[in-house]
Design a protein around this ligand. Structure first.
Ligand SMILES: *Cc1c(COP(=O)(O)O)cnc(C)c1O
Length: 395
């Protein structure tokens, strides 16, 4: 009991949530759209023999259409998954295995700043006899296109590059990547978990073959996401999950009706909010940077300012050691992470920052600020005050 009380106290104290790259709270419109589907309007969309099942299938169709429209895709190009991790694994493992088996393509190319789930899937392919290449990124966080060109040949099955980075917010020149890769017949997959809903994403305009995203990064529910799988020219995958033939055989399993309807609502809502969210987040980011510049605290910005997610800023503080930094943030009730959530338990520096050439010590004195819909200037002021305290405590 005392432990539980302590935890809820800590949650109330966390007044300043600046970790929207890790997850976002459910939007109330999404909660309302999902609510009837758990009980009154429940149903298995595969139960085509009765009205309840058919109604569920209709809701799924509508959700698929709404999501496809937001991405410039066709409804039947959308495959539902449990999130971006699964969609990324499905894309990388599924495309590589299919093309090796049927086309003798055994090369897989990824970049050093990818999410651990893409890097992990690529690494797993080494044991299956694939030639896996991990390419460098530039100090600004961009894919090294010369290295990509050198790595491409007629045996590369897949290139995987995230659309926007989850630590430094760098938005990649995806069209150049797809043009290069397609010259060699390689398919291109993009992890767009941080891009969908934040910046315009049109799969045709950037000529992508596969694209992943997730519900809980865009004020939708946790546990649902989707993979866009191009139809023309046809992209095919070896399935990871076998079973009842759902999702055209790509991914078996009963479709989670409430989560999928919630995902579609979140995507639609994000389209509506995109410009106003972006304007607000850029204003908060500028306010933070301007105020920081007026302090005596030395800092540097990681990643490109020009091609950057509006809600992201990633800052290193050479004069503030990690311990006082995170202690002051916790005291001030600020929820912030130093890098990707998955790796923040251990003290290992972020693989993204080190790939950008930032030294491991400085990488640990780094904050990833992620603004969201509920963020205000009060959050910025609290962060500035906490940084000031940490700086005065010394490094
Ligand atoms: C959050 C995130 C993921 C993982 O998504 P889940 O839906 O939580 O599995 C993958 N890639 C990026 C870039 C992310 O930000």
């Amino acid at each position: 009991m005392p432990v539980m009380r302590l935890q809820s106290d800590l949650l109330t104290l966390m007044q300043h949530y600046l970790d929207h790259h890790a997850t976002t709270p459910l939007a109330s419109a999404v909660e309302h759209a999902m609510a009837p589907l758990w009980r009154e309007a429940f149903g298995n969309p595969a139960s085509v023999e009765h009205a309840r099942g058919l109604a569920a299938a209709d809701r799924i169709d509508q959700a698929r259409t709404d999501i496809a429209r937001a991405l410039g895709a066709e409804a039947r190009e959308i495959v539902f998954t449990s999130g971006a991790t699964e969609a990324n694994n499905m894309a990388v493992l599924g495309a590589a295995r299919f093309r090796k088996k049927h086309e003798n393509r055994d090369g897989v190319v990824v970049f050093a700043a990818e999410h651990s789930c893409v890097l992990g899937a690529a690494k797993a392919l080494v044991d299956e006899g694939f030639r896996v290449t991990v390419l460098p990124i530039t100090p600004q966080g961009f894919a090294d296109l010369d290295a990509l060109e050198a790595a491409l040949d007629e045996r590369v099955a897949l290139v995987s590059l995230m659309l926007a980075n989850n630590e430094v917010g760098t938005i990649q020149p995806m069209q150049q990547v797809t043009t290069l890769a397609h010259r060699f017949g390689a398919w291109v997959h993009s992890d767009a978990a941080q891009a969908v809903g934040k910046i315009p994403v049109d799969v045709r305009a950037i000529d992508l073959d596969l694209l992943s995203f997730s519900g809980h990064k865009i004020y939708g529910p946790m546990g649902v996401g989707a993979l866009f799988v191009r139809r023309r020219p046809r992209v095919r995958l070896e399935p990871l999950v076998h079973g009842g033939g759902q999702e055209r055989g790509f991914r078996a399993g009963t479709l989670p009706l409430p989560l999928i309807v919630g995902l579609a609502e979140a995507v639609t809502l994000a389209q509506t909010h995109m410009q106003s969210d972006a304007d607000k987040h850029v204003a908060l980011r500028d306010a933070l940077l301007e105020a920081l510049a007026e302090t005596t605290i030395p800092f540097s910005v990681n990643g490109s300012m020009e091609h950057r997610l509006p809600g992201n800023i990633n800052l290193s503080f050479p004069e503030i050691a990690r311990e006082p930094l995170f202690a002051s943030l916790a005291d001030a009730g600020i929820a912030l992470s130093s890098g990707s959530a998955c790796s923040s338990h251990d003290v290992a520096p972020s693989h993204v920052l080190t790939a950008m050439g930032i030294n491991p010590l400085l990488a640990q004195q780094t904050l990833r600020v992620g603004f969201g819909r509920s963020s205000t200037l009060a959050d910025v002021h609290a962060l500035l005050a906490a940084l000031d305290t940490a700086h005065r405590k010394g490094g």
